[in-house]
Design a protein around this ligand. Sequence first.
Ligand SMILES: Cc1cc2nc3c(=O)[nH]c(=O)nc-3n(C[C@H](O)[C@H](O)[C@H](O)COP(=O)(O)OP(=O)(O)OC[C@H]3O[C@@H](n4cnc5c(N)ncnc54)[C@H](O)[C@@H]3O)c2cc1C
Length: 336
Amino acid sequence: MKNLDRRTFIKQGGILATAFAVPLSFNPFIEHKEMTEKKHFDVIIIGGSYAGLATAMALGRAVRKVLIIDSGKPCNWQTPHSHNFLTQDGKTPKEISSLAKQQVLAYNTITFFEGYAIKGLKTKNNFEIETETGVVFSTSKLVFATGVKDMMPSIGGFSECWGISVLHCPYCHGYEVKNEKTGILGNGEYGFEFSKLISNWTKDLTLFTNGASTLTIEQTSLLEQKHIKIIEKEIEALEHINGYLKQIIFKDGSKTSIKAIYTRLPFEQNCSISEQLGCELTEEGHLKVDTFQKATTNGVFACGDNVTRMRTIAIAIAMGTTTGMTVNKELVEESF
Ligand SMILES: Cc1cc2nc3c(=O)[nH]c(=O)nc-3n(C[C@H](O)[C@H](O)[C@H](O)COP(=O)(O)OP(=O)(O)OC[C@H]3O[C@@H](n4cnc5c(N)ncnc54)[C@H](O)[C@@H]3O)c2cc1C
């Protein structure tokens, strides 16, 4: 079967699976499931965004039979322009990932399955991965490039502004709002450190602690010396137009105009399969990996946002490339 045909065939599996509701005797999914259940790959990569595609590129070029399973929900989808990644500066996230996907899928060693992986099982020599449509694939090695889920606070308008004018990273978006009236949403040590960092981009800076300040006396005095204001009032909502901030509305009814806010959100892993397979997490909640991206369960690897707080496309891609090279080396060592 030619690569294109094979890929189309697998993609159609996802569509056919939605026919599960029809009577069994007319359900083409059953036959499809029997066929794909036996499908074995050298490597399955769960997550086909920047980290996963980079892993696949290295492995596909190493002539490994690779399956990417991806549900198409990268964390940066809402951001209008992506920055700080060489050759792609200012492009939309989709433009970058579409070009990456096109280049990766040019290799007939790589297959892409659109779907959500829900279950993982360690068998004697392999792993089995099941998707939410019930399709099961098996693999020798498994890579998690599944990213993280940012947990939005219950502040009106916050999620609409996320990635547009409420920002996670000054290296990605700081230049575009340099010298503008900017806020930090944070408190304590983290609020202090973030304020210190962002003072490099703007002198019109306010730390919004959203409740009583937990800064030390020294931190408060240092921020005051640097003319960084501290506002402790609780925030009700963010007023915006299409995600572009206009004002912060406080619970006491007062308002202040603002152009951008930085904050670091709590997160959780996007995918629980790694934990089902016994992979350990760090205290912060990232998957624990060594310098070669090996997770704590044998045969399992992880890369991208799920293993680091340094969230940029360039780093996700670098980790993906490392992962691909490490996985291939391990396969060579096992078979040579
Ligand atoms: C709002 C925002 C703006 C950003 N702006 C920039 C920027 O301007 N420049 C920059 O360099 N970086 C930026 N970043 C950081 C950058 O987006 C991330 O570092 C990068 O997306 C990480 O890539 P990843 O492949 O690890 O994860 P993601 O891109 O988040 O992709 C994870 C993929 O895994 C899939 N997945 C998860 N679980 C499963 C499962 N069980 N089954 C199947 N698929 C699954 C998801 O659908 C998704 O496609 C931004 C981040 C955010 C949140």
